[in-house]
Design a protein around this ligand. Structure first.
Ligand code: MLT
Length: 313
């Protein structure tokens, strides 16, 4: 019997590759270009991607024997789900693997904003001692607004509460009781804007969430709010955010994700009151090992026609 062939395009930790190799021929083509992908995709039964590879309708049109697309992580906005579904190609992800890593990075970003950590470090490396200029503020007693109270939002809520923050949550897919059970006080989006000292975004990118934080949203926020986004680029209107920072309506922002990645040295990235990291929230050894094993097992289950834990379409 011919064994299945699996293409990996954005790398996959060795433990996941080993699971796949036991049953499949595996090709690791990390960094493959969009053009090359369209040329070779026809040979494979399965493909595993992270966020770099765009699995477009054009790519899928060449995927004559593809049965399953695996996303080693959470977000599936880089996969054309409608085109995959139309071709009866299953899409699976590994939604639980990176939760802790992303929650911890969110908290790291919040502390870095509150205590000017990045400015403090870069000034020391310039031979300066900016002690009196780098006045911080405490998290204790502040209000933390979570937009999206899913797996990651819940873990962030737990950690924010440990700092003595009041945690507010907005999530149109959950009822008030569910939001409370996840550690946040349910509020409307406008209330969250009006009351929060920190706002952290934990929603996927979709037509409903694109530019959810726009100029109007920033104007409705408490003056001096700080924004954190480890979710997806495109949820925040970056031009509006820059304007809100320049007018001091927003005191600072910590961003791990961007509408275009990599964004280059944009005015937003370069702004002294912006902390920027290169989409590394899920980039821990533990999370990547979990994602690799989870997605490898899910791909094998899909190929064998077994029940799936994390079927997206
Ligand atoms: C995810 O959706 O799993 C994270 O953003 C990680 C990534 O895309 O690299």
């Amino acid at each position: 019997m011919r064994s299945w062939s699996v293409l990996i395009t954005d790398g996959l930790e060795e433990s996941g590759q080993a699971i796949l190799r036991a049953a499949c021929e595996v090709e690791d083509r990390k960094g493959i270009s969009a053009e090359e992908l369209a040329q070779v995709i026809g040979k494979y039964d399965a493909i595993i991607v992270r966020s770099r590879t765009k699995v477009t309708a054009e790519v899928l049109a060449q995927a004559t024997q593809l049965k399953v697309i695996g996303r080693a992580g959470v977000g599936v906005d880089n996969i054309d789900l409608a085109a995959a579904s139309a071709r009866q190609i299953t899409v699976v992800n590994a939604p639980q693997s990176t939760t802790i890593a992303v929650a911890e990075h969110t908290i790291a970003m919040m502390i870095a904003l509150a205590r000017n950590l990045t400015q403090a470090d870069s000034s020391m490396k310039n031979g300066q001692w900016l002690k009196s200029q780098l006045m911080g503020s405490e998290l204790y007693g502040k209000t933390f607004g979570l937009i999206g109270v899913g797996n990651i939002g819940t873990q962030v809520a737990l950690r924010a509460a440990a700092f003595g923050m009041t945690v507010l949550g907005y999530d149109p897919y959950l009822n008030d009781e569910q939001i409370r059970q996840r550690g946040a006080e349910p509020v409307t989006l406008n209330d969250l804007f009006a009351k929060s000292d920190y706002i952290s975004v934990h929603v996927p990118l979709s037509p409903e969430t694109r530019n959810m934080l726009d100029g109007q949203a920033f104007s409705a926020m408490k003056r001096g709010v700080r924004i954190i986004c480890t979710a997806r680029g495109g949820v925040i209107d970056e031009t509006a955010l820059l304007q809100a920072i320049e007018s001091a309506q927003v005191a600072g922002a910590a961003l791990d994700v961007f509408a275009v990645e990599p964004p280059g040295l944009t005015a937003l990235v370069a702004h002294p009151r912006v902390i920027a990291t290169p989409h590394i929230a899920a980039q821990t050894a533990e999370a990547q090992a979990r994602a690799a094993v989870d997605i490898a097992e899910e791909i094998l289950a899909a190929l064998a026609g077994k029940p799936l834990r994390w079927k997206v379409v």
